[in-house]
Design a protein around this ligand. Sequence first.
Ligand SMILES: [Fe+2]
Length: 202
Amino acid sequence: MIANTSFGPIYKYTKALMVALGYRDKMTRMHSERVLLLSEELGAACGLSRQELFALKIGAAFHDIGKIGIADRVLLKPGQLDDDEWDSMRQHCDIGQQILLSTGLAGAEEAALVIRHHHEHFDGGGYPDRLAGDGIPIAARIVAITDSYDAMAVTRAYHAARGHAEIIAIMRAESGVKHDPQLLQQFFAIIEDSPLKAAERS
Ligand SMILES: [Fe+2]
């Protein structure tokens, strides 16, 4: 799926990262590819600049690349994580930022910031730096939305897949708390016609 997206010259370097992630955790690779496609759609709808779109695409594709550095007993645990395990899991933001920065490619710094901040919340309650509102890079606010939607749409170790209407209700309740209200409205408009819209479940 990722082969159809337009990374330009950076793609030939970054593809290896995606392949490596897939060998470590196939579910995360497939999730990342869907988050990339949803983020591209939302980013285009929001009128991002060329530079912001580039950081968004790389940041979306590799938002969870830092999970390569998380121990199997945490990354692949078939159940809820305890407090220590969550502390460990949260490090994927910093590890991912360092991995992307180490490519040394043009635009890597902005993309690495998207990776670092994709778990920040609009109200400042997220991690790792408790940024809030416009202080969170717009591309990271976009990935937070697309990541949340896709994560709820598929079965994970700790929850069953949810239907589209249920996911939208949950995200609407998180508007202004976890998510940027304006971007969320844009997302609700584009997801209706997206091939990645979740099935309805009863
Ligand atoms: Fe993540």
